[in-house]
Design a protein around this ligand. Sequence first.
Ligand code: HEM
Ligand code: HEM
Length: 162
Amino acid sequence: MSAPMGYSRAQIALHWIVAVLIVPQFVLHDGIAAAWDKIEDGIAVGFDPLVAGHVFGGIAILALVVWRLALRARRGAPPPPEAEHPALKLVAKATHGGLYLLLIVMPVSGLVAWFGGVETAAEAHETMKIALLALVVLHVAGALYQQFVLKTNLMERMKRPA
Ligand code: HEM
Ligand code: HEM
């Protein structure tokens, strides 16, 4: 399969929808963390929109990322800029791979914890949030570096389909 010149409309839309959906998963996590503490103490929890938002937001992310990976497997992704240093290419590849992996394992571990009552899964979920956050920060810093220092067209290809 030859590499495409850019991302498709669907790939771009899915990238930005997931980027938006991930924010409340981090910012509004207090509800689910408090509910989980209660469950661990054997206290019943009632309906809480923040908890429902975290659960359904996480499931939506999982579904969209699976869709995105299926598109990527079929269509591929554009190659990195030719002039890019090999070390930078490797960092970008590893960051994207790590992001995809965590975007699958985070919701799955959350689901196993919440619906299966598995404490280890909740602990893994809590630990992995740090790795996911670190990769997102690295990724956004990389995108800004490409845009403002290296002045490549990478940001453009996550805006306009090709
Ligand atoms: C990409 C998707 C997800 C992200 C980024 C995410 C992120 C987070 C974060 C940041 C916390 C707070 C951890 C803390 O206490 O410091 C959390 C807690 C939690 N999440 Fe998620 N979550 C996702 C998906 C899900 C899903 C789909 C479920 C379940 C259906 C879920 C269940 C839980 C549970 C039970 C906790 C409490 C665990 C604890 O505090 O130890 N999460 N999540
Ligand atoms: C302001 C925030 C963000 C900006 C400016 C941004 C920018 C970009 C750009 C320009 C690319 C294309 C890189 C290339 O062509 O090689 C890209 C790819 C990617 N982004 Fe983001 N991104 C942002 C947020 C996020 C977030 C929050 C996530 C994950 C939670 C994410 C996950 C990914 C992944 C996995 C790819 C690889 C796409 C592929 O090749 O399949 N991005 N991003």
